[in-house]
Design a protein around this ligand. Sequence first.
Ligand code: FES
Length: 76
Amino acid sequence: MTVDQDKPEEVICSCSGTTEEKIKALVASGRAANLDQISRITGACSGCGACDSTIQELLDGLLDAGCSSIADTRQT
Ligand code: FES
């Protein structure tokens, strides 16, 4: 599964119904900066696990895009 940048409303975790838009909003607000936080808030990655790499890829792209306040809270 890949992230389609042109469809932010697209569901990327079918088990929880989590959309790309929801994850972007969580990261932008500083509420989530890693996969565990996204999973706890949305339920993503807690079902079949098929979305793990897609969400991690999206998260990496968002963090690499350059929000230093988000990067400061990023777990390594
Ligand atoms: S698609 Fe995300 S846990 Fe199944």
